[in-house]
Design a protein around this ligand. Sequence first.
Ligand code: FAD
Length: 360
Amino acid sequence: MQNIDAVVAGAGIWGCTVARRLAESGRRVLVVERREAIGGNVRCETDPETGIEIHLYGSHIFHTHIPEVWDFVNRFVKFNGYQHKVLARYKGKTYFLPLGLALVNKFFGTELSPGEVEAFMKDETHSAAVFDAFFRGYTSKQWGRPPEEIDPSIIKRVPVRSNYDVNYFNDYNQGIPLSGYNSLFERLLDHPSITVRTGVELRFEDGVFFAGGDSLGNVPVYYSGPLDVLFGYRFGHLPWRSLRFETEWLDMRDYQGTSVVNYTEAEVPYTRIHEFKHYHPENAAAMATAKTVIMREYPSDWRPGDEPYYPIDNESSRALLGRYREEAAKYTNLVVGGRLGGYKYYDMDRSIEAALALSL
Ligand SMILES: Cc1cc2nc3c(=O)[nH]c(=O)nc-3n(C[C@H](O)[C@H](O)[C@H](O)COP(=O)(O)OP(=O)(O)OC[C@H]3O[C@@H](n4cnc5c(N)ncnc54)[C@H](O)[C@@H]3O)c2cc1C
């Protein structure tokens, strides 16, 4: 391909960061994105009527303690300082997660002090009750396994906060882009040396990489799609867990008073309800509108063709991934990354960190 020094496949956070770095180091970059829009799974849509930013693939909160990542994203967008809190609904009552003084004292009707809660939670009866209420049903829905099969010992690995800090993440840098997530991607790709083509898939056929109909020759390719798809599933399908989202527009100002509520009982078919207006408390008009947008999240089995969300980590998937990685290593012009390419759950900051660490 003429006039191009590198091709980036996938305009998610990993691909856009790689493309920006390549362009800033003097390379002419072609970004191809299989979907019709950039942003990967962080893509949002602003509801024209209410101005509410809807996260199309589930809630995304930017959070990081990595200074290089925070500095990098702040070159492109400013954040609104939103601090994420998650509530849990269990048997008609609402609790603050994570596991800490607020949850424990409400659940048990106690008034434990910071010095008492850890020892209290070491008691098997207490930890089993918390596990049954908040972890067993939720985890079973998340991974599609019967509640009785969920290993109760996971509660032992859940840290107990001995304070009333209900901030969901420990990272001190948090927020949502003031100008919306899509603007982050638009600005990352807004460089004279970057060309973007959406609705174009990178493919690999008979030892040759193609973007659209064009053969790429030996141009370096930075690929953030799944390895099994690239290699035509020749060793089999890498398994995933999927999600289904149901969005609803409601004629009320506020549905649940917060951005995310987890539904922890196995009998409730969804795991979470997202209410997007709460991510932008600074957007007074959207906050005040008499409408709101909520989204129910349903975990689902994954079949080829479904949207892949969470990799299934087990012995056979690790072996399969190893075979695909060996195959990928044969092509010296191919660099694979991102959550799909890595077959690994990465938060956004970790995807950016990995893209910043590449030697380009
Ligand atoms: C439900 C859920 C909630 C999350 N919430 C958070 C959160 O609150 N905070 C946080 O930090 N992280 C969160 N994450 C993680 C976040 O989504 C990822 O870190 C981020 O999407 C990773 O970006 P990526 O570029 O690796 O992948 P993606 O965003 O998936 O981008 C990859 C892109 O490559 C494209 N592509 C694939 N194959 C090809 C091909 N052959 N040719 C061209 N294009 C191709 C895809 O269409 C896609 O656009 C969440 C993840 C999930 C599943």
